[in-house]
Design a protein around this ligand. Structure first.
Ligand SMILES: NC(=O)c1ccc[n+]([C@@H]2O[C@H](COP(=O)([O-])OP(=O)(O)OC[C@H]3O[C@@H](n4cnc5c(N)ncnc54)[C@H](OP(=O)(O)O)[C@@H]3O)[C@@H](O)[C@H]2O)c1
Length: 264
């Protein structure tokens, strides 16, 4: 049976998933309903773009859907979970919020509610997220298929334990910011070497895309690095500077700091 889905929250991430589902999985879904807090214009926009059904009231269709995706900020979960509690029968409840794992949901929903957690990253907007996902204790095989339907609509995915997602969000969710910082630094240097901002951005972006494609072949990053680096040559000299600046430890420290802050 094809599932119906209700999205609670109509922001950027909800749109990325809806777009992925409509583009790649529309034949596997019955209906998509969307609600938000206070912005009917946004619901109308999603209706015209993706053919979803806007709902101004959260509880309007809640008992008729198979999956509820909580796509609002973490701070709004407490209130929404309280509001939906009386209407939960056998729906699968999925959150995509940072820091809100299955344990948190199970504590706030009726006994034996099936719950799941998906942690996408911003590349979901272009269908290229690497998303982590975990299940609660009361998940059936059908729920697992439904979770996979959603998570795989926005890119690649990896099943993890809840504890692993808490630790790995820094790698898959936050590290794109570290990569963009690296890209910004190279663009700035390219401009210092005399190129315009546009040309600098093009050169660095294409270099990153090409390198990412090389990584996708499955070759080890260390082999790819060595392929570029003639021993004693110019690139080796640049790598020496990164080593002297403790590049590897610096990146590890950034991940450690991110996790420390996320824990609160
Ligand atoms: N963006 C990312 O890259 C990313 C990555 C991983 C995870 N996430 C998670 O995804 C979730 C959504 O992020 P986003 O970037 O899509 O946020 P967003 O663009 O700010 O959208 C938030 C949405 O939640 C709705 N909302 C807030 N409180 C609500 C309530 N009480 N009832 C119903 N709807 C409510 C808002 O409605 P109104 O507009 O009416 O206020 C809005 O539609 C967050 O939990 C975030 O942690 C995001």
């Amino acid at each position: 049976m094809k599932p119906s889905i209700l999205f609670v929250g109509a922001g950027r991430m909800a749109e990325a998933i809806i777009s992925g589902l409509q583009n790649k999985k529309h034949d596997q879904i019955k209906d998509i309903f969307v609600t938000n807090k206070s912005n009917p214009t946004r619901l109308k926009e999603l209706e015209s773009k993706y053919g979803v059904i806007p709902k101004n009231q959260l509880i309007d269709r809640i008992t008729q859907v198979d999956i509820i995706v909580l796509a609002m900020p973490p701070k709004d979960h407490e209130e929404v979970l309280k509001n939906i509690y009386p209407y939960i029968t056998n729906q699968l409840i999925i959150t995509i919020a940072a820091g809100i794992g299955p344990e948190h949901l199970e504590k706030r929903l009726p006994k034996e509610t099936a719950v799941g957690w998906i942690m996408p990253n911003t590349a979901a907007e272009v269908g290229q997220s690497i998303s982590l996902y975990a299940y609660g204790h009361f998940i059936t095989d059908t729920h697992k298929q439904q979770m996979e339907l959603i998570v795989n609509s926005i890119g690649a995915s990896q099943y993890c334990s809840e504890e692993e997602i808490h630790k790995l969000t820094a790698i898959t969710g936050s590290s794109p910011a570290f990569l963009y910082q690296f890209v910004e630094s190279l663009i700035s240097m390219t401009e210092e070497l005399g190129m315009t901002k546009d040309v600098a951005q093009k050169l660095v972006t294409e270099m990153v895309i090409g390198s990412a494609e090389m990584l996708k072949t499955g070759k080890l990053p260390s082999d790819l690095r060595e392929q570029v680096t003639t021993p004693g040559g110019a690139t080796a000299e640049g790598l020496k500077v990164l080593k002297m600046g403790n590049f590897e430890q610096l990146i590890k420290n950034a991940v450690i700091a991110t996790n420390k802050k996320a824990k609160g």
